[in-house]
Design a protein around this ligand. Structure first.
Ligand SMILES: [Zn+2]
Length: 164
């Protein structure tokens, strides 16, 4: 019998439960006019950058294509190219704004791969510092986010404008 470790953190649970209310949170943020309230930092031609409301770490960002698609191959090639270009920009932004030692970059395609919202693909960028908690090994009940969303939003937006 294989031994499995289940991760639990309260804000992730809130995320899972919250997901059932809205049809698609990424389409909602795309269509909404209030970017700051939705934590949308930047709108590009085919995709946008949004702060993760349930972050693994300070400055956890998502690059989300406007198109509601599950697979990379369902996106227009130029949309995926733009996402890659945004990764390059955000690498600079996160290093400049947070002086991080590393960055986790990745996508979970499909729920089997760990996608919380599998119907609308998105790319994670999570800044990391030496000695911070392991990416997936968040200790139960312990929030690792010492900074307010509002502060993070302003800091990242300012740096984005500098780097774009
Ligand atoms: Zn969607």
């Amino acid at each position: 019998m294989s031994k499995r470790t289940y991760l639990y953190s309260p804000w992730r649970m809130e995320y899972i439960l919250g997901e059932k209310k809205a049809a698609c949170v990424f389409c909602h943020a795309r269509d909404s006019a209030n970017d700051e309230e939705n934590l949308v930092l930047h709108r590009a031609e085919h995709s946008y950058i949004i702060m993760n409301r349930y972050p693994y770490n300070n400055g956890h960002l998502l690059i989300v294509p406007y198109a509601h698609q599950m697979n990379i191959n369902d996106l227009k090639p130029e949309a995926f190219t733009e996402m890659s270009n945004l990764v390059r920009i955000l690498e600079r932004v996160l290093k400049a704004a947070y002086n991080c030692d590393g960055i986790n970059i990745g996508m979970n395609l499909g729920s089997a791969a760990g996608a919380g919202i599998e119907a609308h693909l998105h790319l994670h960028m999570v800044p990391r510092w030496r000695g911070d908690s392991n990416f997936m090994g968040v200790v139960a009940g312990e929030r690792v986010i010492p900074e307010a969303f509002e502060t993070t939003y302003k800091k990242l937006q300012k740096e984005l404008l500098r780097q774009l």
